[in-house]
Design a protein. Sequence first.
Length: 313
Amino acid sequence: MAHPDELAALDLYPVWTMARDLEETFDPFSFEQRMAAYRMMIDNTGGDGRFGTDNRYNPLWGLMFQHQWQFRTDRLGAGSRRDGRIDPDSPWGYGNYTLSVIPWLGAVAAGVVPALPVAGPPGHSRFRYVTDGVVPHELAPAVTDWRAYFCLVSGSDLTDLEPARLALWKAHKTCLDVVVDVLADVDTDPWPDLEVTFLRGWCRMVDYLWAAAWPTDFTFMTAHGLDVLPESLLATPEDLDALPPKARGNVANILRLATTPTWRYNLNLRLWKRVMRTREARDRVLPLLDAVFNPRPDNAAERRALLGYLLRG
């Protein structure tokens, strides 16, 4: 695990310390059990120091931080902070399901975690979940991609961590591509339209992070990933206006992504992927991504760099 003093300063610390190994079954509609699953996947892929002596460079930390944010901000259901239960009809809860249960099943297939029964939803739901051990067909390719990730991080010396990040993001994107398709076809009422638009935009933003092999380890997340998203649900434009400047700017960019016409979004992503072809560019992802989404006079040099990477043969 990451250094105890650093963890103790975060709201992730209590759930990390209380998370126990899953033993008889995995109930994915329990926030605590999803977090326990994350802890087991982190512990079981970093015990030999391949992600640093305290496992701080394990790429799975990002998923745990993201789920903690969803819980803290009531995105998992109206009563989730009170009783720890995740609403099966929560759009964010479903999105995280594809990034907790599906990785878990990939880890099972790779022999990293035990093969436990996965509980189905407590009742009828607008979303399709693993039921009686059967994975919905649209999520089966994601299980395969997560198995490939866990086989990679379990079977190599990982002197270079970027291949692990690339494999993780490939699996991550396979999951969220399903989420995007599902959200286009289901009725998300009573969740606010603005919040669901934000979720759709976030899925598109993830495509940019995927192309850049964005770091998701403990050190990077605590330095760059803990104050960039809204701490409340977005129901009205006034909710956006009330956010702190940094989060407000990020959310505005994400909402713009959600409403960008598909043809334009696909073109822009194709250009970004071309920029991110080289390790040199990926190592500069923070300022380059800022230059794409927040062009200002003071990042003109980075915008010129973007053009250079784009035109490089």
